[in-house]
Design a protein around this ligand. Structure first.
Ligand code: NIG
Ligand code: FE
Length: 425
């Protein structure tokens, strides 16, 4: 998929249902997460990469400017389909070289994720291949993943490094993200995840590796402007709370924003991490009840990743209902990675959120658009279809938006508009 020659104005006409997600550019909580800003029989006018106007088609076509300039406007017939803001995948790990089929079969035979990791599989087993790959090879893999995401409705992606685990290999991974992003029509936010796991050569010397991350890798990445965020895997078998806090503090010291993987397998208390103002805390399968009100009182978004629960064969999923009802802002993402969630599909994640976490289709879409934009601090430009915002739109060939959550394993996204340009057909 390539950027097409640009058309100055694009009119999306004949939209059966437009989900605008209009409202405050802030995380939607509780009942506000249900509000899709639905307009039936709608149209959208885009120009200069932005949304210029939205509304009922009948009214929009009466616009005097549109009437006199109709010849300058390319029209796209949405054939009564559903249009919504381009989906935002706010948590992915696309820089890896190979699928992890040995781990996959071990799990099928009954082994657990942490058990496999402790025996030398897991994240560490993806590291050797990334170290051996060139930047160009990795960049090709990242671009292929970004294109697969775009095919299924995603126009903004957060992409982490994390399988290099040396200064050179983490830089190479972030450069691969940057190169792929330059060839992709959507927007990519890069995250340094050098603290994904303690690399083999530092086994038993985790604090020394934390020092390398804080004193070498973070400053280097900040200087080269290769990432906006620093992430850490705060978990038994990865990094302790104390080490994680050191890493987030170093990130902020070097002008980078923070986020963290936490509470995936074991509960950690969150007040220490929250002091570093993370944009998001991700996984959140086992959050301590007392931390729920703490989260509800702040703007840190809890990013739930049910693709990982699905792929690891877990019976339990994050407690989305408890978090939403308490007022915690929630987002959804794929967690695209070779170990726990090899899917590029946000619609599949939306489906899982409905079938396994009792989120309604409206809530799951809000969590994959506006709230996901908030998780990346992009809510002023992304996440809703409103005049002045970036014209990033996903067109689905369904009659009712709830079908996006209903069909699974069937890609119903038929067109993407990114920065006001059609990029699929
Ligand atoms: O988000 N939990 C840590 N990181 C990934 C898994 C990475 C891997 O297994 O390769 C996750 O699930
Ligand atoms: Fe992850």
């Amino acid at each position: 998929m390539q950027k097409k020659t640009s058309t100055p104005y694009l009119l999306l006409a004949n939209i059966g249902q437009l989900l605008t997600l209009q409202g405050e550019n802030a995380p939607r909580r509780r009942r506000a997460l249900l509000e899709t800003g639905l307009i039936e029989d709608a149209a959208i006018l885009c120009g200069g990469g932005k949304v210029l106007a939205t509304g009922k088609q009948r009214e929009l076509l009466r616009d005097p400017w549109l009437k006199t300039n109709r010849r300058k406007v390319q029209e796209f017939d949405c054939e009564r389909g559903v249009v919504l803001p381009g989906l935002i995948d706010c948590h992915t790990h696309p820089v890896f070289a190979e699928p992890r089929l040995v781990d996959f079969e071990k799990r099928i035979a009954g082994a657990g994720y942490e058990e496999i990791a402790a025996a030398g599989g897991g994240i560490r087993s993806s590291v050797a291949a990334v170290r051996q790959s060139s930047r160009g090879e990795l960049s090709k893999k990242v671009l292929a993943a970004l294109n697969a995401m775009l095919e299924q409705g995603t126009s903004v992606v957060e992409a982490k490094s994390g399988y290099g685990l040396t200064p050179e290999d983490e830089i190479k991974s972030l450069e691969a993200i940057r190169n792929a992003a330059r060839q992709w029509p959507g927007e990519v936010q890069a995250t340094l995840l050098a603290a994904h796991v303690v690399p083999q050569e530092y086994a038993g010397r985790a604090d020394e590796y934390v020092r390398v991350v804080c004193e070498e890798i973070i400053p280097l990445v900040a200087r080269k402007k290769l990432a906006k965020y620093v992430d850490v895997f705060c978990e038994r078998g990865a990094f302790t709370l104390e080490q994680s806090e050191k890493i987030l503090a170093a990130a902020r010291h070097h002008g980078l924003d923070t986020r963290a993987h936490v509470c995936q397998f074991t509960a950690s208390r969150l007040s220490g991490l929250l002091q570093h103002k993370p944009a998001s805390l991700d996984h959140m399968d086992c959050v301590h009840v007392e931390d729920i009100s703490l989260l509800a009182g702040g703007d840190t978004v809890a990013v739930l990743l049910p693709g990982a629960n699905y792929f690891l064969g877990h019976k339990e999923f994050p407690n989305a209902r408890g978090l939403i009802d308490a007022g915690v802002p929630l987002a959804l993402a794929t967690d695209y990675n070779p170990g726990t969630s090899p899917t590029p599909s946000m619609p599949f994640v939306i489906s899982l959120a409905c079938t396994h976490m009792r989120m309604s289709p409206a809530e799951a879409i809000g969590a994959s658009t506006m709230n996901a934009a908030c998780a990346l601090h992009l809510q002023d430009r992304k996440g809703s279809v409103e005049a002045g915002k970036d014209a990033d739109l996903a067109v689905f060939d369904v009659k009712d938006y709830r079908e996006i959550a209903y069909w699974f394993g069937w890609n119903r996204c038929v067109e993407m508009v990114v920065a006001g340009q059609k990029v699929k057909q």
